[in-house]
Design a protein around this ligand. Structure first.
Ligand SMILES: Cc1ncc(C[n+]2csc(CCOP(=O)(O)OP(=O)(O)O)c2C)c(N)n1
Ligand SMILES: [Mg+2]
Length: 541
């Protein structure tokens, strides 16, 4: 083995040059940011080979970086403005944490010499502010430690479970001398414990009716094809974990059983017929409402494969195997014997909905599904319409569908912009509610400036439909703040440089979708729909 020469003389460069050297070595080609005075030394003399993506509010900046990081499977690099910028970004930092998206978030800080005076725009206890939603957070003790802190932030963000990290950098640090930091290879796959995998294979052999519950971790790992091969070999029904933020199994596959509700009772009912439930790439389970989880009472054998030790630790019942998806699924495929078990029956898709005025949401969703190019990517944030979307818009699998795992609105519109930046030339569609669209609306401007092939479909039911529905479930009445009259999405979009149309008649829908999806650049289609709300959870659970 050849040894590296021991460094005898040390070459001094600036903190800024050392940092840019690291970005290039890590394959970081874009920096997502919103600038302020404390970032100017970082931004000065910006190099041609790194694209600065300007977002007009920090929630959009982080949402775009999140989408881009998911598309490219590399950490998104973010530069925010001191405490105020991080404050604006926090909702989407929380979402990146729940999405397990690797982000390295830097923020400017006032000059070290005036920090004790509580200077204008200084950040108090800067590294504590984004906790607990970052995996590592630091304001380095010395300027010269900044590049090493950024390198550490990168490795930690990229290590499963991936997530955001944070480095606060005082304004005067960038010009200080430091040593170059070597970019290192840090492996990221974690192999499963073979004995635990053998126990899982035995459980499959003993099972009459196994179910696989697939979660976002499979698609995140780029392991959907392997997942399909495992499911076919083991002849299990395949369910989607509650609130899965990605599509980890082709939804037209004959073994595809459907989507699990985030309600303990409904989930237990759906899985009742299965004697073995194997959750792959998801928590066991993400609930949204209270209820009786009979699934945990012992009649069902539960296994989990997760790359997240915390998710394994909070699982209430069954055995957890900590491993990344590719080595775990590859080992499973190898160990599983052929089985004669009968193939499970998949779900039956409903017939195409019929046109009506006002436009039923189901008709809109079906029309969109049949108009979208086969390789299009969908980013969704339309809370009350998710069940209808799941029925009428079956997703194709790997890298086809994205939403937020957190429940925090304001992610998917900027994420769609980031996804589009990360998948150049592919049509990205953002399906979004009128309420959700308003949280990070300025992401449209970034997309329009860059003429991205992005089509935004706003489902306008004049309000917070999910909240109307939840009010029914919780049997509360007379709740203020759920109606949203008077928002003109066409004017908003046009005002930021997008092409935009409004559709309120069913007959106008197909041509509008066709034109919008073929538009060179960003187009927004505002669709006024029937404001009837679906019941999101059973009333009694
Ligand atoms: C940051 C944030 N604020 C508030 C909420 C609560 N909330 C959940 S769904 C919803 C309504 C969203 O409305 P819209 O996007 O129009 O979709 P619809 O429910 O009408 O389908 C709201 C306000 C949230 N989830 N996240
Ligand atoms: Mg709405």
């Amino acid at each position: 083995m050849s040894r590296k020469p021991i460094r005898t003389e040390s070459k001094s460069i600036t903190v800024k040059d050392a940092t840019f050297g690291l970005l290039r070595a890590f394959g970081i080609k874009k920096v997502f940011g919103n600038p302020g005075s404390t970032e100017l030394p970082f931004l000065s003399d910006w190099p041609d080979d790194i694209d600065y993506v300007l977002g007009l509010q920090e929630a959009s900046v982080v949402g775009m970086a999140d989408g881009y990081a998911q598309a490219t499977r590399n950490a998104g690099f973010v530069n925010l403005h001191s405490g105020a910028g991080v404050g604006n970004a926090l909702g989407n930092i929380y979402t990146a944490h729940r999405n397990q998206t690797p982000l390295v978030i830097t923020a400017g800080q006032q000059a070290r010499s005036i920090l004790p005076l509580q200077a204008f725009l200084y950040a108090e206890r800067a590294s504590e502010f984004p906790r607990p939603y970052v995996k590592y957070s630091v304001e380095p003790a010395r300027a010269e430690d900044v590049p090493a802190a950024i390198a550490r932030a990168y490795y930690v963000a990229m290590q499963p479970p991936c997530g955001p990290t944070f480095v606060s950098v005082p304004i005067d640090d960038w010009a200080r001398p430091t040593q170059p930091v070597e970019a290192r290879q840090v492996s990221r796959e974690l192999g499963p414990d073979p004995a635990a995998m053998k126990a899982l294979v035995t459980a499959f052999s003993e099972s009459k009716r196994p179910a696989l519950v697939v979660g976002p971790g499979v698609d995140r790992a780029g392991a959907v094809e392997l997942m399909v091969r495992v499911a076919e070999k083991v002849r299990a029904a395949v369910w989607v974990s509650p609130f899965s933020a990605r599509c980890s199994f082709p939804e037209r596959h004959p073994q595809f059983a459907g989507f699990l509700h985030a309600s303990p009772g409904q989930l237990s009912d759906a899985l009742r017929d299965h004697d073995l439930v194997v959750v792959i790439g998801a928590p066991v389970f993400t609930f949204h409402v209270e209820g009786h989880a009979s699934i945990f009472e012992g009649a069902t054998t539960i296994f989990q494969i997760t790359d997240d030790p915390t998710a394994a630790a909070v699982t209430p019942s069954g055995a957890s195997i900590i491993a990344t998806m590719k080595p775990a699924l590859a080992m499973l495929l190898e160990l599983l014997p052929e089985t004669k078990r009968a193939m499970p029956a998949g779900r039956t898709l409903p017939p195409a909905p019929t046109a009506a005025d006002p436009i039923p949401v189901e008709f809109l969703l079906h029309s969109l599904a049949v108009s979208m190019p086969g390789d299009a990517i969908l980013a969704e944030e339309a809370p009350s319409h998710r069940p209808a979307m799941q029925k009428f818009m079956p997703m194709r699998g790997q890298d086809s569908f994205y939403t937020m795992a957190s429940g925090g609105l304001g992610h998917s519109l900027p994420a769609a912009v980031g996804l589009s930046l990360g998948h150049p030339g592919v049509r990205t569609v953002c399906l979004i509610g009128d309420g959700s669209a308003m949280y990070s609306i300025q992401a449209l401007w970034t997309a329009a400036q860059r003429k991205l092939p992005l089509t935004v479909v706003v489902i306008n039911n004049l309000g917070y439909g999910a909240m109307r529905s939840f009010s029914q479930v919780m049997q509360v009445r007379n709740v203020p703040g759920l109606e949203l009259p008077g928002i003109d999405f066409v004017k908003l979009a046009e005002g930021m440089g997008c092409h935009a149309v409004r559709v309120s008649k069913a007959a106008e829908l197909a041509p509008a979708l066709r034109q919008g999806l073929a538009h060179h650049g960003v187009s927004l289609i505002e669709v006024t729909v029937d404001s009837a709300v679906p019941l999101l959870y059973a009333k009694k659970d």
